[in-house]
Unconditional design. Structure first.
Length: 276
């Protein structure tokens, strides 16, 4: 019996000022999956994310969460199920890290509220899980970019949602913080969290994702397991860049290497035949 998808996108189209951004996009995402949206700038990844979050209304088509059209789900109810982790951003106000994480509890509150001891305990637990409890009293504006991103993930955990949507979360992070971010995504996915993550890095998808959905010019051009979809041929089609996708000796993890650097030959299927 086929399992019902957690999120189902059906024939979505959207445009700004008569310019089509998404055209007849359909996809399904199962509970517990880590799915990467891959594509060049302006391909429609961020717009698709905003539509799934209910921030934009599609011109045609519909989004379903657990079988229910998201337009029929209240914003607070949806926020208890889906958490948004944006790109690194700077707050205008010097909230503490604890304050930022406590904001994740707002969907569970009435209009006039005070945070309860339970809220504080939940926020504290989220900080502990991401190993950043020592930052609780620090100003969010004064911590590093990687620490801010972990704070936003802690806020999403405190929100109580089981699905995280992340728009290029590694953008602007140094290499070490990128790896720490990916490590946290892996750990949370093993606990059953669902991730939809956009990125410009095919390698990030190869390292942590179950599936990759390639988007170009507002349309899905490939959808499947990372090892099957992330190929030299598909990356050339997506980015117009000649790249070999290779496995390191003794490893199951793939890397992407420009052909001019690695000098490996391609076979008739445009797949890398050499190993680094």
């Amino acid at each position: 019996m086929e399992l019902k998808p957690l999120i189902k996108v059906e024939d979505i189209s959207f445009g700004y000022n008569r310019k089509t951004v998404l055209s007849d996009v359909s996809l399904s995402i199962g509970a517990g999956e880590v799915v990467t949206l891959l594509g060049p700038n302006g391909c429609g990844k961020s717009t698709l994310i905003k539509i799934i979050l209910g921030l934009l209304r599609p011109a045609t088509g519909a989004i379903f969460f657990n079988g229910e059209n998201i337009l029929h789900i209240g914003s607070k109810s949806l926020a208890r199920e889906i958490a948004y982790v944006p790109q690194i951003h700077k707050s205008s106000f010097p909230y503490t890290v604890m304050d930022m994480v406590l904001m994740g509890r707002i969907p569970h509150k009435t209009f006039f509220f005070r945070y309860s001891k339970t809220d504080v305990d939940i926020a504290g637990d989220a900080l502990e899980r991401l190993a950043i409890a020592h930052l609780a009293d620090r100003a969010y504006t004064e911590i590093s970019g990687g620490e801010r991103q972990l704070t936003l993930i802690a806020r999403a955990i405190a929100q109580g949602a089981g699905t995280f949507i992340m728009d290029e979360p590694a953008s602007g992070l140094d290499y070490g913080n990128q790896l720490r971010l990916l490590d946290q995504i892996i750990k949370l996915s093993r606990e059953g969290y669902t991730f939809i993550k956009s990125t410009h890095s095919p390698e990030h998808a190869l390292w942590i994702a179950d599936r990759v959905i390639m988007i170009k010019n507002g349309a899905v051009v490939a959808d499947g397991a990372c090892d099957d979809v992330i190929s030299a041929k598909n990356l050339f089609h997506l980015y117009n860049a000649k790249v070999n996708v290779m496995k390191l000796n003794g490893s199951s993890f793939g890397v992407c290497v420009p052909q001019t650097i690695c000098g490996c030959m391609n076979d008739e299927n445009d797949q890398a035949t050499g190993q680094c």
